[in-house]
Design a protein around this ligand. Structure first.
Ligand code: 17E
Ligand code: FE2
Length: 429
């Protein structure tokens, strides 16, 4: 497979990209003269100057809950806690096929929109571990199209749920890649701390990654992230540890955040914000002004801490819309975090690509470079800025050197004074 006349982010000019045996073999500037020959029989796609990027990543989603919005009831208060309650009712009716069918549909939506890597939490506070077994099967069945990392996620707590720790450990034995937790949901602060020790002990015992739902609450007293970072630091595990959500950081005093930032940086842990979901869930107990409840992404990035954006929900109790469009997640996150300077928008693409790859510990195998797996997407746009601005379609998704999805971009005509013409919705600067 060969792509011709494509643009690369933050590089001048056009390039040809050659792939062979599932790997990138050459990336060559077209100007001043094209000096690469086409090999006979190689499939060629002309990019016509369009942008290519490494595939999008969703580092935080719940595939087991996908497409269950309104089941058994709609979330009326819009809070995290009503969502957890309603899901616990729906959870009683799960079957393997139910989970697989819904998750497979959500994964198709991802694949169609250029996502090739997802990290999905899967609820382990279910004595039958039905959802986990379903997603373990789907992970293997979908491997050619998308990589799925599974986090064993104790939605209703570890010490606060009967056999919570045993179920979590069983999920690791069955093959989940990461251990999760939810300290702010445990009955007491002490249980929260205890739950984190359990998570770190299990990750050590089974050599797994960690991704904690951490301080997802508008309570400025919820400070479990300091314990996550300290355990990561003391056990030298920072690069393998992620704190997801951390929305309470939005409400911390600046004095505390200044102290905390040093620890976060030293620990080397990663952060995932889920801007769409948390703009929806947070601030629900506020009158006006209402807090946005997104963690402090600009400050984390400024401090040199790795951070990225996830979707979290696809048509479920916590967010009833969306489905696989990471450019929409990025757009929402950039607006929600006021990261709308020209450079911030351009660099923002890292929040759904390279930064997420570091968080998932897949960065060695990720990116458009000779010798890496030939995974990339092409967008109906010439620049990142324009693609983010107008949510450009992903026209091609190529994985291991093979086309796995394509989308025809929309064409628009304008009719005026008896004449009609195509209009161009792009704007590149
Ligand atoms: N569960 C949870 O604890 N928090 C969330 N944001 C979702 C599920 C989606
Ligand atoms: Fe989540």
């Amino acid at each position: 497979m060969r792509l011709e006349n494509v643009r690369l982010h933050q590089q001048e000019g056009l390039f040809d990209i050659d792939m062979d045996n599932g790997m990138f073999t050459a990336i060559t500037p077209v100007a001043p003269v094209r000096n690469t020959a086409r090999n006979e029989g190689v499939e060629v796609i002309d990019g016509h100057g369009r942008l290519v990027l490494p595939p999008f990543i969703d580092p935080h989603v719940h595939l087991d809950t996908a497409l269950t919005a309104g089941e058994t009831v709609w979330n009326r208060s819009g809070t995290l806690f009503e969502g957890i309650h309603n899901w616990s009712e729906r959870k009683k009716t799960l079957t393997r096929d139910d989970v697989k069918n819904r998750a497979a549909k959500a994964l198709e939506w991802y694949i169609a929109q250029g996502v090739q890597h997802v990290r999905s939490h899967v609820d382990t506070t279910d004595p039958s571990l039905t959802a986990l077994q379903a997603l373990l099967e789907l992970r293997e069945e979908m491997r050619e199209l998308i990589d799925i990392q599974l986090v064993a996620f104790p939605q209703e707590g570890i010490p606060s749920f009967p056999k919570g720790a045993e179920l979590l450990e069983e999920a690791l034995k069955l093959g989940a890649e990461a251990v999760g937790g939810i300290p702010h949901f445990e009955y007491t602060r002490e249980y929260g701390i205890e739950s984190l020790k359990t998570v770190f002990d299990l990750a050590g015992k089974y050599d797994r990654l960690i991704d904690i739902h951490c301080d997802e609450i508008d309570d400025d007293q919820s400070r479990f992230v300091e314990t996550v970072a300290t355990l990561a630091l003391e056990r030298a595990m920072g690069q393998r540890v992620t704190a997801s959500h951390t929305t309470a950081m939005h409400s911390y005093s600046n004095a505390y955040v200044v102290k905390l930032m040093r620890l976060l940086k030293n620990s080397g842990i990663h952060f995932i914000a889920n801007p769409v979901t948390n703009l929806n869930l947070q601030g629900r107990m506020d009158s006006y002004p209402k807090r946005r409840g997104i963690t402090r992404i600009p400050e984390l990035l400024e401090a040199g801490v790795n951070a990225c954006f996830g979707q979290d929900d696809i048509v479920d109790q916590w967010f009833p819309m969306q489905g696989g469009n990471m450019l929409l997640v990025l757009f929402t996150g950039l607006v929600g975090c006021q990261l709308t300077g020209f450079d911030q928008i351009n660099r923002g693409i890292d929040l759904i690509t390279h930064n997420s790859a570091r968080c998932l510990n897949i960065h060695d195998q990720y990116g458009i470079a000779v010798g890496k797996p030939a995974n990339l997407i092409m967008l109906d746009s010439e620049s990142v800025f324009d693609a983010v601005r107008r949510q450009a379609a992903v026209t091609h998704s190529i994985r291991r050197g093979k086309l796995i999805a394509s989308t025809e971009p929309a064409r628009t005509r304008l009719y005026h004074s008896g004449r009609s013409r195509d209009i161009d919705l792009s704007w590149s600067i």
